[in-house]
Design a protein. Structure first.
Length: 242
């Protein structure tokens, strides 16, 4: 260790004529960041990348460090690999919203939509749901557990009834991709299609969801098989019993 700290290469830095990448953690507690900055300034044409953190070893930020090295060697930065996780997706949608908007007029309808959004978000918060997207009068959310997602959907239906709003909901559980704040994957498409099959005031789930919540105390009514647009095969759907 003493020998390492006695090494001084400042006088040879200017003689380096090969492509050089210098990566350093800004709060490195072993080797001060100014050492790296000096090398980057002194070595002709050096590329310097300063990363957050205090670790001295290269794995202080492995993904970012490897990405910088690969880009330096190949000239291209690889696209970020999406995170794939198992999640339950929930879609809700107001039934007959267009006709209701025409009847109420723009101002009153806008006020009602604000109340709708507040009610849905309140229930998502209660059941630890993650709001992913909102389009008009529709919501898309994810949950880490299907039983909690079902109970949230039922709570949304009940919360909106005093406002005179009928909502339908659909759920599916499967592997989804999280990337750049967005959620995608075939499971998302299935969930949206399941919601499209639901009637006013109904919470409809795929057979996958029903199987996963066995023993939860939730009860279901068989709605038979359905063809979901763009999804291969037939899917057995179940309505959550009141």
């Amino acid at each position: 260790m003493r020998m390492a700290f006695d090494i001084d290469v400042r006088h040879v830095a200017l003689t380096i004529n090969t492509p050089t990448l210098v990566i350093h953690a800004v709060d490195d507690g072993v080797c001060h960041v100014e050492n790296a900055r000096f090398l980057a300034r002194t070595i002709p044409g050096a590329r310097y990348v300063e990363l957050p953190g205090a670790e001295h070893v290269p794995w202080f930020d492995p993904d970012r460090t490897i990405a910088e090295i690969r880009e330096f060697l190949t000239g291209q930065r690889e696209a970020r690999t999406p995170d794939r996780v198992l999640a339950t997706v929930l879609f809700t949608d107001l039934v007959g919203s267009t006709e209701r908007a025409v009847t109420l007029g723009d101002r009153r309808w806008s006020e009602l939509i604000e109340q709708h959004h507040a009610a849905v978000r309140r229930e998502l918060g209660r059941f630890d749901g993650r709001e992913v997207d909102t389009a008009g009068d529709a919501f898309f959310a994810t949950f880490d557990g299907p039983a909690r997602a079902i109970r949230c959907a039922r709570a949304v239906v009940e919360a909106l009834r005093p406002l005179g709003l009928d909502v339908r909901a659909g759920l599916h559980t499967g592997e989804v991709e999280f990337a750049d704040g967005k959620v995608a994957g075939i499971a998302v498409n299935i969930g949206a299609r399941v919601a499209g099959q639901a009637s006013a005031g109904e919470v409809l789930v795929s057979g996958t969801v029903k199987d996963l919540v066995a023993g939860s105390g939730l009860e279901f009514e068989d709605r038979g098989f359905a063809t979901l647009k763009g999804i291969p095969g037939e899917w057995r759907l179940f309505a959550v019993a009141d």
